[in-house]
Design a protein around this ligand. Structure first.
Ligand SMILES: *[C@@H]1O[C@H](CO)[C@@H](O)[C@H](O)[C@H]1NC(C)=O
Ligand SMILES: *[C@@H]1O[C@H](CO)[C@@H](O)[C@H](O)[C@H]1NC(C)=O
Length: 401
């Protein structure tokens, strides 16, 4: 009781901190921090390199947003549905400096990102994203720490600086969110295409997959040790050999298809990484008893759709919705929404009549319908290893529409 007088000035501040968890929202995870590539980029690469991404142009975004929203889909991504289900707003890109609000998380994913530092499509490989996060976290902690907080601008206008500070804090996570947040990692596809497009065989690509699994494990370690993260979902590699972009690789060596019109050897290469990743995460789980480190089998989740498209509500799963009119409705050289001249012939991209009937949007990424279906499966918990009751039972998940 003695301290109350002495710390009277702090009482107001403390009261606010105490009340906050009650008024934030009903969510079990107050924030999401996401890392990855175009599967979950909500505008990061566009913010960094304006004009670089087709996702900046129509018909991207048309189904849900009615305009391009810098996402590689006709609508919401899995990470959007995840946020929605948790009762949180969509994640803003960490690299977006104008409109972002990071109260309930931030998105460090950028299209083209690889796990390895290979200078391929994007400079923001996984460890750079982790460094961005750690820098973000440091900045947020300093903003919450009155002693450390210094104003970068003129210190003469104290009142306006204080106003700025208060306004900033409204758009930044509370300190405890870093431990309570859900950390999601969905990356690796570009490490394969990097190999295949630089002339490596499947066997040569497989040679560096152990490094990939180890690097993803290192990212989890850093996010835990230095970032305070305790809840992780790590996506494994989807069955790439079933997707138009792999099936039409002009350089690809293996035309063999299985009964499902997929390329088995490319799928095996995905599973090869998945097994490595699974044991890497097993090791981390033993080390970090204080954490939930959960593998999401994107492979099984998507394979189940390819095995029985009708059951999942799709009419077309092998052809892209948006692309050029050929067998798989896809050509690497003509992006969705674009027109290109190839050997004196003009190819214009076309969009299917009803994207809701398609799993694949642009040959690489899911349609909004594909993402919604998979998000619902994630919430059912079927594809987690091990089970993740903290999410599937502990959260009051909103139904996705
Ligand atoms: C991961 O490995 C465990 C055995 O340690 C196995 O039961 C599980 O099915 C594997 N999960 C995936 C998605 O490969
Ligand atoms: C494309 O057109 C140019 C000019 O008419 C011609 O010189 C060239 O041979 C053509 N290329 C092909 C691949 O048809």
């Amino acid at each position: 009781m003695k301290g109350v007088g002495a710390f009277g000035g702090l009482v107001g501040v403390l009261a606010v901190v105490w009340v906050l968890p009650l008024v934030v929202d009903g969510s079990c995870f107050p924030a999401v921090f996401n890392f990855g590539d175009s599967q979950s980029d909500t505008g990061g690469i566009q913010a960094s390199f304006p004009g670089y991404t087709p996702a900046e142009y129509s018909p991207y975004g048309e189904t849900y947003f009615q305009s391009p929203q810098r996402r590689y889909s006709d609508g919401r991504l899995l990470v959007d549905f995840l946020a929605e289900g948790l009762g949180l707003p969509f994640l803003d890109p960490y690299l977006e400096s104008v409109t972002s609000n990071f109260k309930h998380g931030a998105n460090f994913a950028t299209a083209g990102a690889t796990v390895q530092d290979v200078k391929y499509l994007s400079p923001f490989f996984l460890n750079i994203q982790v460094l961005h996060f750690l820098s973000f976290r440091r900045g947020v902690m300093n903003m919450h720490n009155k002693e450390k907080w210094t104003w970068a601008r003129s210190s003469t206008d104290v009142k306006s600086a204080q106003g700025f500070h208060a306004e900033r804090l409204n758009r930044l996570p509370n300190p405890e969110y870093f431990e309570k947040a859900l950390y999601t990692i969905n990356i690796g596809g570009n490490d394969y295409t990097y190999g295949y497009t630089t002339g490596k065989t499947i066997e040569q690509v497989k040679e560096y997959l152990p490094d990939l699994a180890a690097l993803i494990g290192d990212a989890v370690k850093r996010l835990h040790d230095e970032g305070g993260g305790r809840n992780f979902i790590i996506w494994d590699m989807e069955p790439q050999g079933c997707l138009p972009y792999m099936k039409t690789l002009i350089w690809h060596e293996d035309k063999e298809r299985n009964e499902m019109d997929c390329l088995p050897r490319y799928n095996e290469a995905a599973q090869y990484l998945n097994n490595l990743l699974n044991s890497t995460l097993d090791g981390l789980r033993e080390k970090y008893a204080d954490s939930n480190i959960v593998l999401l089998s994107a492979y099984d989740m998507k394979m189940d759709i390819f095995k029985d498209p009708a059951k999942a509500g799709f009419k077309t799963v092998h052809k892209a919705c948006c692309g050029i009119p050929n067998k798989w409705h896809y050509d690497l050289r003509v992006a969705c929404g674009q027109t290109s001249v190839i050997e004196n012939v003009t190819f214009a991209s076309e969009t299917c009549d009803d994207p809701n009937e398609y799993l694949v949007w642009d040959g690489v990424h899911n349609t909004e319908a594909g993402n919604r279906y998979q998000a619902n499966k994630i919430f059912e918990g079927k594809y987690f290893y091990p089970a993740f009751p903290k999410l599937t039972e502990g959260c009051d998940l909103s139904p996705l529409t």
